[in-house]
Design a protein around this ligand. Structure first.
Ligand code: AMP
Length: 426
């Protein structure tokens, strides 16, 4: 069947993870999470959909993520709350924390990590999908520059553990509720004097910092003289930021100060950072995050200063490709059984079951095919050993164990197969 006669395809902006690449994807998810587990972060899972207002309040009314990219769900009952697929997980994780009172019953900060798909109705292109996967971390309820530094260091460790080298860390401070409003007004006054389209002018009124992030040359060309936030930071924010920088430097983590770095979500305060990979073209951000001291209050909780990040799994896989890194993924099957004849089929089926129960990964030639097909299948499976048997072997109480790397073949007694293979596979 040609691909054009296929009736259904994965929805636009999504793709299937198939066994050929699944090993890498799973290894990346694991590598991004491993440093968090070592640092006391506990795993959480939240629903993939939430009350739409959680995101419009939490992520921000004026962000692209909320105004253009949210997948809202039409539910059957009109009275029921409107739902949306999560575009990111920070608001959900904070909602779960507040709902379960984790901030009251445990130590602060509450340290949590997650791994899951996020949904944004974006224009798809390489590295930008409508369903993508993030591994993320949140440290909720503490204001401490060491926490900001810890998270940046853990993300750096994660990328390095995969062998990635060609990435940079961009760092900025977005100020706090003391100094940001002063800056905001100065920026707004500047933006009002520019030649901007209506939508951008409207954005300048709601969230002027986002205009700095506008990628269009017609906008960027006019921003040369814009006031910069660094020049407006209050003493507290300056001191806080300096401590984050010092801790990173002491840990040997290089970063670049980027006074223009603002991010697509409204809730960030103070420390903001992004990991960019230089081999990815337009969609170069592999991860990012920052401090969100006001988010809890925005969604109806108490004051809980927090910091977090989300790392993109899809783009990390692309970054590995860009750097020519192949992860060492073990074969899924160690042993492949090739029966010759009906009686052997039954005996080997039993042997394979026994191997699996003993913890050895094993597969079997199905479908009544012959020995030639069997060896081809064994090779393709990536197995290190083939177990072959015909009637004569079984009459002698043995199977033939073939080392698929060296080609050596030796008879092994049926009742010694499990121990022999376990030894050889160690
Ligand atoms: P954000 O939640 O926008 O800060 O994104 C954090 C990370 O998630 C980014 O650095 C990307 O690696 C990844 N990411 C965000 N949006 C997408 C998308 N549409 N497709 C693939 N990865 C994405």
């Amino acid at each position: 069947m040609s691909s054009t006669s296929q009736a259904f395809q994965a929805p636009r902006g999504t793709y299937d993870i198939l066994p050929t690449t699944a090993g890498t994807v799973l290894a990346v998810r694991e590598a991004l999470a491993a440093p968090l587990r070592r640092a006391g972060y506990g795993y959480v899972e939240t629903p993939v959909f939430e009350d739409v207002n959680l995101f419009s309040r939490g992520v921000g009314e004026s962000t692209d993520i909320v105004t253009k990219e949210m997948f809202t769900i039409a539910t059957r009952s009109e009275e029921s709350q409107r739902l949306a697929l999560r575009p990111e997980a920070t608001a959900s994780v904070l909602r779960a924390t507040l709902e379960a009172n984790l901030h009251r019953t445990g130590n602060l900060p509450v340290k949590l990590w997650y791994s899951g798909a996020q949904y944004r109705y974006e224009r798809p292109q390489k590295g930008r999908y409508r369903q993508f996967w993030q591994v993320g971390a949140e440290a909720i309820g503490a204001e401490d520059p060491a926490l900001d530094a810890e998270l940046i260091i853990l993300a750096d460790d994660a990328y390095r553990s995969l062998g990635l080298r060609n990435f940079r860390i961009l760092l900025n401070s977005l100020g706090d509720k003391q100094c940001r409003p002063v800056y905001r007004e100065a920026l707004q006054n500047y933006l009002r004097g520019l030649d901007l389209d209506e939508e951008t002018l409207r954005r300048a009124e709601i969230n002027p910092l986002r205009v700095l992030d506008d990628k269009r040359a017609s906008v960027q060309d006019q921003l040369g003289g814009a006031p910069m936030l660094v020049d407006f930071l209050c003493e507290d924010c300056k001191a806080y930021h300096e401590q984050v920088r010092e801790l990173l430097t002491a840990a040997g983590v290089a970063f670049e100060d980027d006074p223009k770095l603002v991010r697509g979500l409204d809730y960030y305060t103070r420390t903001t950072f992004e990991f960019v990979h230089d081999g990815l073209g337009a969609q170069s951000a592999v991860g990012g995050g920052g401090r969100y001291d006001g988010l809890s209050e925005m969604i109806g909780g108490p004051e809980l200063p927090s910091v977090g990040w989300a790392l993109g799994v899809d783009r990390t896989v692309l970054a590995l490709e860009a750097e020519g890194i192949t992860l060492d993924i073990p074969a899924t099957t160690d042993v492949y059984a090739v029966p010759m004849g009906e009686q052997a089929r039954r005996v080997l089926f039993g042997l394979v079951t026994g191997l699996r129960r003993a913890g050895v990964s094993a597969d079997l030639l199905f479908g009544g095919r012959g020995v030639k097909a069997g060896f081809k299948a064994a090779d393709r499976s990536g197995a290190r050993f083939a177990v072959v048997a015909g009637e004569r072997d079984l009459a002698d109480g043995v199977v033939q164990l073939k080392d698929l790397t060296s080609g050596d073949q030796t008879p092994v007694a049926l009742d010694a197969l499990v121990t022999t293979l376990k030894e050889k596979l160690q």
